[in-house]
Design a protein around this ligand. Sequence first.
Ligand code: F6R
Length: 615
Amino acid sequence: MCGIVGYIGQREAYPVIIKGLERLEYRGYDSAGVALYDGKNINLSKTKGKVSDLKKKSSETVSVKGNIGIGHTRWATHGVPNDVNSHPHYSNSGDLVIIHNGIIENYESIKKELINRGYVFHSDTDTEVLINLIEEVQKKEKVKLGKAVQLALNEVVGAYAIAVFDIKKPNEIVVAKLGSPLAIGMGEDEFFIASDASPFIEFTNNAIYLEDEEMAIIRLGKEVKLRKIKNDAVAYPNILELQMNLEEIEKGGYDHFMMKEIYEQPRAILDTYRGRLLADKGLIKMAGIDQHLDKFLNANRIVIVACGTSWHAGLVAEYIFEDLARIPVEVEYASEFRYRNPVITDKDVVIAISQSGETADTLAAIKLAKENGAFVFGVCNVVGSSIARETHAGAYTHAGPEIGVASTKAFTTQITVLTLIALKLAQEKGSLSKERLNEFLTELEYIPTKVEIALQSNEAIEKIAEVYKDSTNCLYLGRGYNFPVALEGALKLKEISYIHAEGYPAAEMKHGPIALIDEHMPVIVIATNKGHYEKVVSNIQEIKSRKGKIIAVVTEGDEQVKALADYVVEIPDTLEALTPLLTTIPLQLLSYHIALMRGCNVDQPRNLAKSVTVE
Ligand code: F6R
C-alpha cells in the first residue's frame, strides 16, 4: 500500500516524480524517497515523513538532475517508518535500485540464504531482500536485468508492483506486477510508471495497466515489451485511453480534498445515475445488470463483500434489496469471508463493493466466490482497477477520483448504484408497483439538489463542531436504513479526528451502551420523519433523561425532536430508502470540522492509507 512513480524520457525526472508522489500520497505517507540517474551516478534521497519532507531533504543534499528516476511514498509494512526503511533501496553492489508496493511474504528465508552468501542488509524491509535477490540471480545466471527480475520473482511469494533500475543498463526500467497496481503512461519518446494514472495525466492520456504476473521492459526509444513472469510468453499491451482530467485530481479552491469531495456529491450522484436512470420512460438501464439479469433473478441470495465504508454501503444495500426487490441479502466483511470457509454456490450472486478496486481482502473474497461458482458483480469507482477486472460484470460509480483518505463521495455513489440495481430487479420481479417505482425514479432525480440543500448546513455544523471538538467519546445512533449511516458517521469521526466513536442501532442502546451516557457524552441521532421516527424519539428521551448531549439529524420542519435535542441539523424530506444519501452529509461535515479544529491532518489521517492492498 505504497505509491510508486517512475520516469524515463527527455524531461527532468525529479519534478515529474515529486508531483506524482504528491498525488499518490493517499496510498501512504509515512516516508518518501527518490532515485535519479544523472547520466553518471544514481543520486538517492529518502526520508521519514511526507513528500514535502523529501522535497526539502533532496534539494539540500543531492543533485536532482537527470532524465530517469524512480520515487516512492510509503505505508510501512515491514520495518518502522524511518529513513533507512524508506524506498528506493539499493542492492549490495549499488548498481541496482528498486521501489516496491506490496509484501514479499517469504522474504525471511530468502534473506537468510542471501546472508549466507555474504549479502549485508541495512534496512528491515522485504524490498531490500528482493533487490539483492535480483542482483544474486543476475550474477549467478549472467542474465540481463529483465531476465534476472523475472527469475527472482518466480522465487518470491507475495504481492508486488516494482520498478527496478540498473546503472549498468541506464536506458531502461523494468517493472512487474502481482496483486498491486501498476500503470505505464505512454508519451512521445517518454514513459511514466505509476500506481495509478494521476501522476502522468497532464502528459499523456494513453496508458497500459499491467495484469497480474506481467512484467515490462521500458526502454528509451523502443516499444514497451510485456511478458509473463511465470514463463516467457509475450503479453500484448492493451493501451487504454484515459478519461481522467487534471482538474479532477486537484483541490479546486478547497483547503482539503475531503471537503472538495463532500461538496462534489451532488455532481457525483448525478454522474452515477446519468444515462442509467430514465425517469421519463420509467426505466433503469445498466448494461452490467441487463446482460446478466437471469443470474440476479435466479439467485438464491445476494452476498455482499466489502470493507470499511464500502461495507457500510453494502449494509444500506441489504435494506434496499430486501425491502424493494425481496431478494435475501447477506453482507460480509471481505476479510472474514475469505478465511471462514463460507457456503457459496453457483446459485449465489456476490456483489463486491470497492472504491479503489484494489482492496486485498475484497479481491481475495472475489476469487474465493468465483472458485465456488458464484457470479461476481463489482461496484467500483476506479476504472480498470483489479476488482473491476476480476469480477464477471459490474457497474462503475463515476464519483471521479477520491483522494481524501476518508471516503465520502464513494459512499453516496455506491448507495446510488446499489439503489439503481435494487430498483431494476424490483421492476423485473414485479415486487414494486409501477407507481412506486416511478416515485423512486422521480425522487432520485431530486437527490443531487437535496444534497446541495443539506450542504447548506455547513456553517451551523461548524458551530456544533466547536462545542464538541474536545470530546473523548461519541455515540452515533440510527435505525433501519440509517443504522449503517450511524456506523459510517462514527467511522468518519474516529478515522480523521481520533475521537473514539461507536455506531449503534438506536434500539440496541438499552442493551449496553446506555451505561456510557452522562453529561459528557455527545450522541448523534439520525431521526428523520420516516420509518421508526417515534421509536427514535423515545430513544432520544432515554438519552436526555441521562443528561446525554443530543445532536439530531432531522427532516426539515421537525418540531418534536427539536424540542428535545441540544442541536438539530435539518435535511430535506425524501423517501425513506433514499434518506442515507442525505443523512450522511451532516455527519461527514461534522467529522471534517472536528478533525480540523483538533489540528488533525484531514486528508491523510495517521496510520491509514487510501487503498489497502495488504491483508
Ligand atoms: C473509510 C475508508 C475505508 C475504505 C476501505 C475499503 O473512510 O475509506 O474504510 O472504505 O478501506 O476501501 P475500498 O472501498 O477502496 O475497497
